[in-house]
Design a protein around this ligand. Sequence first.
Ligand code: SF4
Length: 224
Amino acid sequence: MSVSYKINELFETIQGEGSFTGQPSIFIRLQGCPVGCSWCDTKHTWDIKDSEKVIATQMLNKAQENEQWSDLTINNILDLIKQQGYLAKHIVITGGEPCMVDLTPLCQAFELQGYSIQIETSGTFEIHTSDKCWVTVSPKVNMKGGFEILTSAMQRANEIKHPVATEQHIADLKKLLHDHQVASTPVFLQPISQKKRATELAIQSCIANNWRLSVQVHKYIGIE
Ligand code: SF4
Protein backbone atom coordinates (compact mmCIF):
# COMPACT_ATOMS: atom_id res chain seq x y z
CA MET A 1 0.00 0.00 0.00
CA SER A 2 1.39 3.44 -0.86
CA VAL A 3 2.16 5.92 1.91
CA SER A 4 -0.40 8.66 2.46
CA TYR A 5 -0.45 11.87 4.46
CA LYS A 6 -3.27 13.80 6.13
CA ILE A 7 -3.18 17.24 4.52
CA ASN A 8 -5.02 20.26 5.95
CA GLU A 9 -3.75 22.80 3.42
CA LEU A 10 -1.66 22.95 0.25
CA PHE A 11 -0.84 26.39 -1.10
CA GLU A 12 1.85 28.50 -2.73
CA THR A 13 3.16 31.63 -1.05
CA ILE A 14 6.33 33.38 0.12
CA GLN A 15 8.12 31.88 3.13
CA GLY A 16 7.92 34.57 5.82
CA GLU A 17 10.14 33.09 8.54
CA GLY A 18 13.73 32.10 9.25
CA SER A 19 16.59 31.53 6.79
CA PHE A 20 14.31 31.10 3.77
CA THR A 21 12.41 34.36 4.28
CA GLY A 22 11.34 35.68 0.89
CA GLN A 23 11.59 32.32 -0.86
CA PRO A 24 8.59 31.33 -3.04
CA SER A 25 7.39 28.10 -1.44
CA ILE A 26 4.70 25.46 -1.60
CA PHE A 27 3.35 24.84 1.90
CA ILE A 28 2.01 21.43 2.86
CA ARG A 29 0.24 21.63 6.20
CA LEU A 30 -0.32 18.27 7.88
CA GLN A 31 -3.25 17.59 10.18
CA GLY A 32 -2.63 16.59 13.81
CA CYS A 33 -0.74 18.08 16.76
CA PRO A 34 -0.87 17.09 20.45
CA VAL A 35 1.67 19.69 21.70
CA GLY A 36 -0.93 22.22 22.89
CA CYS A 37 0.72 25.67 22.62
CA SER A 38 -1.63 28.26 24.09
CA TRP A 39 -0.81 30.87 21.42
CA CYS A 40 -0.98 28.41 18.49
CA ASP A 41 -2.33 30.10 15.35
CA THR A 42 -3.24 26.79 13.70
CA LYS A 43 -5.45 25.18 16.36
CA HIS A 44 -7.67 23.88 13.58
CA THR A 45 -4.90 21.36 12.80
CA TRP A 46 -4.80 19.78 16.26
CA ASP A 47 -7.43 17.04 15.98
CA ILE A 48 -7.80 14.40 13.30
CA LYS A 49 -11.52 13.84 13.08
CA ASP A 50 -12.90 11.24 10.66
CA SER A 51 -15.94 13.48 10.26
CA GLU A 52 -13.70 16.21 8.77
CA LYS A 53 -12.12 14.04 6.07
CA VAL A 54 -12.84 15.52 2.63
CA ILE A 55 -11.79 15.03 -0.97
CA ALA A 56 -8.74 16.90 -2.28
CA THR A 57 -10.63 19.60 -4.19
CA GLN A 58 -12.62 20.51 -1.08
CA MET A 59 -9.41 20.77 0.98
CA LEU A 60 -7.74 22.89 -1.73
CA ASN A 61 -10.67 25.26 -2.14
CA LYS A 62 -11.28 26.16 1.50
CA ALA A 63 -12.62 29.68 1.84
CA GLN A 64 -11.17 29.86 5.37
CA GLU A 65 -9.04 27.81 7.74
CA ASN A 66 -10.87 24.82 9.18
CA GLU A 67 -10.39 21.27 10.46
CA GLN A 68 -10.98 19.57 7.13
CA TRP A 69 -8.21 17.32 5.82
CA SER A 70 -7.58 15.00 2.89
CA ASP A 71 -5.75 11.69 2.91
CA LEU A 72 -3.36 11.96 -0.05
CA THR A 73 -0.69 9.65 -1.45
CA ILE A 74 2.63 11.10 -2.58
CA ASN A 75 1.51 10.82 -6.21
CA ASN A 76 -1.76 12.60 -5.35
CA ILE A 77 0.26 15.47 -3.82
CA LEU A 78 2.64 15.73 -6.80
CA ASP A 79 -0.32 15.68 -9.23
CA LEU A 80 -2.17 18.38 -7.29
CA ILE A 81 0.87 20.65 -7.34
CA LYS A 82 1.12 20.22 -11.12
CA GLN A 83 -2.61 20.79 -11.60
CA GLN A 84 -2.48 23.97 -9.52
CA GLY A 85 0.34 25.28 -11.74
CA TYR A 86 2.56 26.08 -8.77
CA LEU A 87 6.00 27.31 -9.84
CA ALA A 88 7.91 27.39 -6.54
CA LYS A 89 10.69 24.82 -6.23
CA HIS A 90 10.88 24.92 -2.42
CA ILE A 91 8.53 22.80 -0.31
CA VAL A 92 7.72 23.59 3.32
CA ILE A 93 6.16 20.75 5.28
CA THR A 94 4.52 22.11 8.40
CA GLY A 95 1.55 21.46 10.65
CA GLY A 96 0.25 20.68 13.01
CA GLU A 97 3.26 18.64 14.01
CA PRO A 98 4.63 17.01 10.84
CA CYS A 99 7.09 14.75 12.67
CA MET A 100 4.30 12.58 14.04
CA VAL A 101 4.76 10.66 10.77
CA ASP A 102 7.74 9.47 8.70
CA LEU A 103 8.39 12.22 6.14
CA THR A 104 11.26 10.44 4.41
CA PRO A 105 9.33 9.04 1.40
CA LEU A 106 7.65 12.41 0.80
CA CYS A 107 10.99 14.29 0.97
CA GLN A 108 12.66 11.81 -1.36
CA ALA A 109 9.85 11.99 -3.91
CA PHE A 110 10.09 15.79 -4.03
CA GLU A 111 13.88 15.75 -4.21
CA LEU A 112 13.70 13.41 -7.22
CA GLN A 113 11.54 16.07 -8.91
CA GLY A 114 14.15 18.77 -8.22
CA TYR A 115 12.51 20.45 -5.21
CA SER A 116 14.32 21.54 -2.05
CA ILE A 117 12.53 20.56 1.17
CA GLN A 118 12.14 22.24 4.53
CA ILE A 119 10.19 21.01 7.54
CA GLU A 120 9.05 22.97 10.57
CA THR A 121 8.73 20.97 13.80
CA SER A 122 8.31 21.58 17.52
CA GLY A 123 11.23 19.27 18.34
CA THR A 124 9.05 16.98 20.45
CA PHE A 125 9.01 14.01 18.03
CA GLU A 126 11.82 12.05 16.39
CA ILE A 127 12.58 13.57 13.00
CA HIS A 128 12.35 11.23 10.01
CA THR A 129 13.28 13.03 6.80
CA SER A 130 15.75 12.75 3.94
CA ASP A 131 19.33 13.74 4.79
CA LYS A 132 19.16 16.85 2.59
CA CYS A 133 15.95 18.18 4.14
CA TRP A 134 16.37 21.55 5.89
CA VAL A 135 15.03 21.14 9.42
CA THR A 136 13.64 24.11 11.31
CA VAL A 137 13.07 23.31 14.97
CA SER A 138 10.81 25.73 16.77
CA PRO A 139 11.05 24.27 20.28
CA LYS A 140 7.87 24.39 22.34
CA VAL A 141 8.78 24.15 26.03
CA ASN A 142 6.36 23.26 28.89
CA MET A 143 3.24 23.14 26.75
CA LYS A 144 -0.06 21.61 27.79
CA GLY A 145 0.58 18.35 25.95
CA GLY A 146 3.54 17.62 28.26
CA PHE A 147 6.06 16.72 25.55
CA GLU A 148 9.82 17.10 26.11
CA ILE A 149 12.15 18.67 23.55
CA LEU A 150 14.34 15.89 22.13
CA THR A 151 18.12 16.18 21.94
CA SER A 152 18.02 14.34 18.61
CA ALA A 153 15.73 17.06 17.20
CA MET A 154 17.82 19.95 18.54
CA GLN A 155 20.99 18.42 17.11
CA ARG A 156 19.41 17.66 13.70
CA ALA A 157 18.18 21.24 13.35
CA ASN A 158 19.60 23.39 10.54
CA GLU A 159 18.08 26.39 12.29
CA ILE A 160 16.33 26.97 15.61
CA LYS A 161 13.44 29.39 15.57
CA HIS A 162 12.24 30.29 19.02
CA PRO A 163 8.94 32.01 19.77
CA VAL A 164 9.37 34.95 22.15
CA ALA A 165 7.01 37.10 24.22
CA THR A 166 8.64 37.24 27.67
CA GLU A 167 12.05 37.13 29.35
CA GLN A 168 11.19 33.59 30.46
CA HIS A 169 11.20 32.48 26.81
CA ILE A 170 14.77 33.79 26.44
CA ALA A 171 15.82 31.92 29.60
CA ASP A 172 14.11 28.75 28.29
CA LEU A 173 16.00 29.04 24.99
CA LYS A 174 19.38 29.51 26.67
CA LYS A 175 18.72 26.47 28.86
CA LEU A 176 17.67 24.41 25.83
CA LEU A 177 20.80 25.32 23.87
CA HIS A 178 22.94 24.46 26.88
CA ASP A 179 21.15 21.23 27.86
CA HIS A 180 21.11 19.85 24.30
CA GLN A 181 24.65 21.04 23.53
CA VAL A 182 23.72 23.18 20.56
CA ALA A 183 26.53 25.60 19.80
CA SER A 184 26.78 26.70 16.17
CA THR A 185 23.25 26.26 14.76
CA PRO A 186 21.74 29.60 13.66
CA VAL A 187 19.15 30.82 16.17
CA PHE A 188 16.20 33.01 15.16
CA LEU A 189 14.00 34.79 17.66
CA GLN A 190 10.44 35.19 16.51
CA PRO A 191 8.05 37.49 18.38
CA ILE A 192 4.92 35.47 19.21
CA SER A 193 2.70 38.35 18.15
CA GLN A 194 3.25 41.52 16.16
CA LYS A 195 2.96 43.46 19.44
CA LYS A 196 5.62 46.10 20.08
CA ARG A 197 6.75 44.63 23.43
CA ALA A 198 7.47 41.16 22.03
CA THR A 199 9.26 42.60 19.01
CA GLU A 200 11.41 44.95 21.13
CA LEU A 201 12.38 42.11 23.46
CA ALA A 202 13.32 39.97 20.46
CA ILE A 203 15.44 42.78 18.92
CA GLN A 204 17.31 43.44 22.19
CA SER A 205 17.91 39.73 22.79
CA CYS A 206 19.15 39.18 19.23
CA ILE A 207 21.70 41.97 19.59
CA ALA A 208 22.80 40.77 23.04
CA ASN A 209 23.28 37.15 21.93
CA ASN A 210 24.18 37.48 18.25
CA TRP A 211 20.97 35.70 17.23
CA ARG A 212 18.82 36.61 14.22
CA LEU A 213 15.38 38.18 14.07
CA SER A 214 12.42 36.51 12.31
CA VAL A 215 9.30 38.67 12.22
CA GLN A 216 6.77 36.61 10.25
CA VAL A 217 6.99 38.82 7.18
CA HIS A 218 3.82 37.25 5.70
CA LYS A 219 1.77 38.74 8.56
CA TYR A 220 3.13 42.25 7.91
CA ILE A 221 2.44 42.12 4.17
CA GLY A 222 -0.93 40.41 4.58
CA ILE A 223 -0.42 37.09 2.82
CA GLU A 224 -0.99 33.54 4.08
S1 SF4 B 1 3.47 22.70 17.96
FE1 SF4 B 1 2.82 24.15 16.39
S2 SF4 B 1 0.83 23.36 15.63
FE2 SF4 B 1 1.29 22.32 17.57
S3 SF4 B 1 0.23 23.53 19.13
FE3 SF4 B 1 2.35 24.29 19.01
S4 SF4 B 1 2.28 25.99 17.54
FE4 SF4 B 1 0.39 24.80 17.27
